[in-house]
Design a protein around this ligand. Structure first.
Ligand SMILES: NC(=O)c1ccc[n+]([C@@H]2O[C@H](COP(=O)([O-])OP(=O)(O)OC[C@H]3O[C@@H](n4cnc5c(N)ncnc54)[C@H](O)[C@@H]3O)[C@@H](O)[C@H]2O)c1
Length: 249
């Protein structure tokens, strides 16, 4: 039996931890060659040690040259590009608009949104050569929803929704673009925050009717579906993977 993405070539950003690490591993298990990208000095190589189909690249996705450099590395490794998973992201320092630090605002925009624009721009001409191109971006439940605080994060995750819809239009018949909307997933971003704020953790855990936090593998399974040829008529949407947390008031 062949895998769901057998013979495809993928780029996964933020691949040393959490959602990105689980997704890189699953796409490789399902037959894709994966260029796994994360920050210089991250544990990327040790996280994926022994995974034959994964090639690691240490690079900051916010560097101006990151788009062409990452795409070039994928083409050098696999000779083709079919799947782009734009996952690297940050919540930044957060805070309400009145007190939000401008440097942090810019940092969050550069990482959560501009890096997706740059990498998609460099990838697009090569994705259009694939018989089933796939872009999957990581939004959030905060691509639709807001509360006080996390201004930059919320703004960028709404931006990811809009940018993905544009990419779906521009990929046209060459493939699809969609974004995932994770709920509360236990990763490097959330674990420290949930430990610091147990009431907040309890709220999100209980908000999900399935009664648990999400695991990175829950998101990886959804990405695998969107990346597969089976999802060829699903484009321009946000897919909630939140245990039902946002389906009620
Ligand atoms: N965990 C959740 O509950 C949750 C919910 C909604 C959305 N998300 C989104 O999921 C995505 C992945 O986050 P996660 O929860 O797996 O967190 P994580 O901290 O476990 O993983 C993020 C990875 O991105 C890498 N990264 C950060 N800046 C980078 C840069 N400039 N260049 C390259 N790599 C960089 C980090 O080193 C890290 O390995 C983010 O976009 C986040 O906003 C997460």
């Amino acid at each position: 039996m062949t895998g769901l993405v057998e013979g495809k070539a993928a780029i996964v950003t933020g691949a040393a931890s959490g959602i990105g690490a689980a997704t890189a591993a699953l796409l490789a298990e399902e037959g894709a060659g994966v260029l796994a990208v994360d920050l210089p000095g991250s544990p990327l190589a040790s996280v994926h040690a022994g995974r034959e189909r994964i090639v690691c690249l240490e690079m900051d996705v916010t560097a101006p040259e990151a788009g062409p450099a990452i795409v070039r590395a994928a083409l050098d490794a696999f000779g083709r590009l079919d799947i782009l998973f734009n996952n690297a992201g940050t919540v930044g320092k957060g805070g309400e608009v009145e007190t939000h630090d401008e440097a942090d605002w810019q940092f969050v925009i550069d990482l959560n949104m501009t890096s997706i624009y740059r990498l998609s721009k460099a990838a697009m001409p090569h994705l259009k050569k694939s018989e089933a191109a796939r872009i999957v971006n990581v939004g959030s439940v905060r691509s639709d929803f807001a509360e006080s605080g996390a201004a930059a994060y919320t703004a960028t995750k709404h931006g990811v929704a809009g940018l993905t819809k544009v990419l779906a239009c521009e990929l046209g018949r060459h493939g699809t673009a969609n974004y995932i909307q994770p709920g509360a997933i236990l990763t490097g971003i959330t674990r420290p925050a949930f430990e610091r704020m147990p009431d907040y953790a309890k709220y999100w855990k209980e908000r999900a009717p399935v009664g648990r936090f999400g695991e990175p593998e829950d998101i990886a399974n959804a990405v695998l579906f969107l990346a597969s040829e089976e999802a060829g008529y699903v484009s321009g949407i946000g897919l909630w993977v939140d245990g039902g947390a946002m389906c009620h008031g």
